[in-house]
Write a protein that binds this ligand. Sequence first.
Ligand SMILES: C[S@@+](CC[C@H](N)C(=O)[O-])C[C@H]1O[C@@H](n2cnc3c(N)ncnc32)[C@H](O)[C@@H]1O
Length: 242
Amino acid sequence: MHYFIRRWSNLLSDWNYSLTLPRRADEEQPGKISDRTRRVYDRLAAIYPASTFFFHSKAHRKALEMSGIRSGMKVLELATGSGEMFRRLVRANPDGQTFGLDLSPNMAARTQRRARMEFKSAGAHCQAVDACYLPFKDASFDAVMCCFLLELLDAEGIRRSLAEVRRVLKPGGNFTLVVIGQNAAIFNRLYRICGKLAPAFWGRQVDASIPETLKKARFQILADHPVRQGFYPSRVFVTRHG
Ligand SMILES: C[S@@+](CC[C@H](N)C(=O)[O-])C[C@H]1O[C@@H](n2cnc3c(N)ncnc32)[C@H](O)[C@@H]1O
């Protein structure tokens, strides 16, 4: 009994379950947010595939279809989560190399394990890495994919991660970005409440500022497509390293 109470109180403190939180995640110290985010997603790694199935799978399909990724490419995915998009990428790229990363070691390990089980001889590699500090050489990828990460980063994290994507992407390569849509008033209200209760898990919506942010980071927007899965809105951007 004591064990369960301790586990629950740890979980709730990591989720920062409180009604008196600051309004925006970026009002907190970045280090603190990413530590909590890592711990929360680490604990959810085993059940996260259900959330991806219900809320993200349609956007994943659309993003892959729009991305221009084809077999033989060297592809990177940031923030793989439990690896559902990563496996789609590996399946679409049997003759190439697919790299993935996630801040949470449990998410990265799960992604790697599932990809190895499903695609025994594919070039698929996933590790626990912070998207703001990519351990790859300049211009080493043909394409980069990133789904539902920017909501969890503060302003400096967004700037850094996009600068890193631009650095590792070959000139002319595509960067496909998926964010949570902000075009449904009731959903937005609900999201703000969830974001206050558990900022390390939900973060905050960033969709409205993304076109400007991408332009500042010197990505040219080639396509911008809304997706809706039930009540859950997403937005897919395909951009080019100009
Ligand atoms: C909302 S989930 C999305 C997972 C997956 N991309 C999807 O579409 O279902 C966000 C993921 O981003 C990861 N993450 C958060 N901050 C990160 C960072 N700074 N670098 C890399 N991954 C990060 C979390 O661990 C989590 O797995």
